[in-house]
Design a protein around this ligand. Structure first.
Ligand SMILES: [Zn+2]
Length: 196
């Protein structure tokens, strides 16, 4: 990959357009940091990334290089073309004020990835109710095979680990440096990204 790495500061977010055929690289700059990723069809933002469609067509919840992320209209949106960690989550929704009140009642409320994504995506007319389950890059959510019990564990990503995705259509991308304590092992770090 060439080109400069853009930096998303801790507990913040960004949005940008990604042309069909372009590759987006998400970089865990310091290690152990989650990044929530959303994708919308740039020509009609009512078409968006869908975890359910993706699990259906890919026949797995453990998505890595070789897998595709699909839209709610059953079109391929992003191909995962490189994956250093092989550990991501597509089950859980972006952290929000409500999830902070639920899980961290003794800590200050933060607008979380949900609020950061809504703010970053506003210029494209995307509203809070248009935000689906994000693809949570580097998030470590093991699922017990028998009970189905979920847990949120610290990421296993190391500093410099990357995930690369190739756009299958013109997209609007939302991307965060996640704000939730458990998702990031209790510390908040930046996320890097670049487009080629
Ligand atoms: Zn988050």
């Amino acid at each position: 990959m060439s080109g400069d790495i853009s930096r998303i500061e801790p507990r913040s977010g960004a949005a940008f357009e990604l042309a069909e055929g372009a590759v987006l690289e998400v970089v865990d700059l310091e290690g152990g940091q989650v990044s929530d990723l959303l994708a919308y069809n740039a020509k009609d933002c009512r078409e968006m990334i869908s975890n359910g469609r993706t699990f259906d067509y890919e026949e797995t919840i453990k998505l890595t290089a070789g897998n595709t992320l699909w839209s709610n209209r059953s079109n391929p949106m992003l191909d995962i073309v490189h994956d250093d960690t092989g550990m991501h989550d597509f089950l859980l929704t972006p952290c929000s004020k409500a999830t902070f009140r639920h899980f961290y009642p003794d800590k200050p409320v933060h607008r979380g990835c949900f609020g950061n994504l809504a703010a970053a995506l506003e210029p494209w007319g995307i509203e809070e109710d248009d935000i689906p389950c994000a693809f949570n890059v580097f998030m470590n959510v093991p699922v017990d095979g028998n009970s189905g019990k979920l847990s949120v564990e610290p990421p296993v990503s190391q500093a410099g680990d990357t995930l690369r995705l190739r756009a299958r259509m013109d997209l609007v991308i939302g991307l965060t440096a996640c704000s939730a304590y458990a998702s990031n092992g209790g510390t908040f770090k930046p996320i890097g990204y670049r487009v080629e």
